[in-house]
Design a protein around this ligand. Structure first.
Ligand SMILES: *[C@@H]1O[C@H](CO)[C@@H](O)[C@H](O)[C@H]1NC(C)=O
Ligand SMILES: *[C@@H]1O[C@H](CO)[C@@H](O)[C@H](O)[C@H]1NC(C)=O
Ligand SMILES: *[C@@H]1O[C@H](CO)[C@@H](O)[C@H](O)[C@H]1NC(C)=O
Length: 391
């Protein structure tokens, strides 16, 4: 009898650990345990276990609580999903909407996962960006220019430093951004700003202020923002294709925001220089990342202000200037040999195999909290089985 019971309980244990992989089996496993629990202590154990599993599942299910990080504008058109893990920004004929971070940052590493408006998004502009305010503001932009169904959305990036923008670059993406969430990342340290898409660098803006006088973004705190708006005077095929309001509302989704940054509590270059994202190997792109950036430029670039001679009557100074290799720490062979190998860097991701990124470290943080619970419940199960087996 005891032996039989032990077998049953072992099966339950197996089911519970399977449920670690598939949370949906929660109901089934509870059923499994309860059916086989007869005495009061057993029921107690099962209840405890159930509580542990519920907490664990909740931990695993929860990404970032977006409602704790962002305020929404135009609540009629923007909303958090019921679990607060996603922000849905909507645009209709009455207007657009936006999200704005509660925190402000000076330098940091930031990631947002965005899923673009599905279907016909022609004329819409959807953004994830950082900005300060005022005439001489700084700004770093990801801007998705919508398109009719089946035609490629353009990702435009732009950089304002001390109020001066006009630094647009435009690329097509190597995937359909409407089908799934993708990572849009900004590295911003005192030496460079890098825009990444799924870990692939698509743009670098180095600090060349000392050499060229072109201002760098180095002293203004910025908010993280997201918006969706009507840009049909210019966005799609230069404004030729208008928004089809029959398709409204247009909805883009944002989730898993991650920021490791210096904030208003400690906004300084000193703070930044002590962080992992300012270390020598991230002060310039290494050869492998330069290769990926070249791949993007060669295959996906639609427009680069650096090459728009007619518009600027020449080459903008920050484009004309090349940083001497001596300031690029990672070209110093003695240093680069001690730098982390590409596979251990959060940025060393190539188009075919996305590597680790801080979003992963978030889930490992979650796991860290979950582990004691799992350990506790495992010990309880083992205790329970031992008792049943008469040890
Ligand atoms: C939209 O599709 C057209 C036709 O393929 C293309 O020329 C254009 O670059 C696409 N993107 C935008 C934002 O206009
Ligand atoms: C390269 O590294 C060596 C050894 O760490 C150092 O002495 C040298 O100054 C570095 N050169 C540059 C240009 O940073
Ligand atoms: C975005 O980053 C997360 C965390 O590193 C990763 O799990 C996911 O696969 C990435 N998404 C894409 C499309 O690369």
């Amino acid at each position: 009898m005891n032996e039989k019971k032990q077998t049953f309980d072992s099966q339950c244990v197996v089911i519970i650990f399977q449920s670690v992989i598939s949370k949906f089996r929660l109901v089934h496993e509870m059923d499994c345990m309860l059916k086989r629990s007869r005495t009061l202590p057993e029921v107690g154990l099962v209840t405890l276990l159930a509580a542990a599993i519920v907490i664990w599942s909740a931990n695993v299910a929860l990404g970032e609580d977006m409602s704790a990080l962002f305020a929404l504008s135009s609540p009629g058109r923007s909303t958090f999903t019921t679990d607060n893990q996603e922000v849905l920004l909507g645009l209709n004929q009455e207007g657009g909407s936006g999200l704005s971070s509660y925190s402000q940052y000076l330098f940091g590493y930031f990631n947002m996962r965005v899923k673009m408006i599905p279907g016909n998004s022609a004329g819409t502009v959807t953004t994830f960006y950082f900005t300060s305010f005022g005439d001489a503001h700084d700004e770093l932009d990801f801007e998705f220019l919508g398109n009719v169904t089946g035609q490629p959305i353009i990702l435009q990036t732009n950089i304002y430093a001390s109020g001066k923008g006009d630094r647009e670059q435009r690329i097509f993406l190597w995937f359909d951004p409407t089908l799934d969430f993708h990572n849009y990342t900004i590295l911003w340290n005192p030496q460079q700003v890098v825009f990444y898409v799924d870990g692939v660098p698509i743009r670098v803006y180095p600090n060349v202020e000392a050499a060229t006088g072109v201002p760098y973004l180095k002293s203004q705190l910025m908010y993280a923002m997201g918006t969706i708006w009507d840009g049909d005077s210019w966005a799609t095929e230069g404004g030729r294709v208008k928004i089809d309001w029959d398709n409204a509302p247009f909805i883009a989704s944002y989730r898993d925001y991650f920021a490791d940054a210096c904030t208003d509590n400690d906004a300084s270059t000193t703070c930044a220089m002590a962080k992992w994202w300012s270390q020598p190997q991230l002060q310039a792109l290494d050869d492998s990342l330069i290769g990926q950036l070249d791949w993007v430029k060669k295959n996906y670039m639609v427009y680069d202000y650096c090459n728009d001679y007619a518009r600027f009557n020449g080459t903008p100074p920050e484009c004309a200037y090349t940083r001497p290799t001596s300031i690029l720490y990672n070209t110093n062979s003695s240093l680069s040999s001690s730098a982390p190998s590409p596979t251990s860097s959060p940025f060393s991701v190539n188009p075919s195999s996305p590597g680790p990124s801080p979003v992963l470290s978030m889930s490992s943080r979650t796991l860290k909290y979950a582990q004691p619970i799992i350990l506790l419940s495992t010990s309880l199960i083992i205790l329970h089985i031992s008792m049943q087996a008469g040890f």
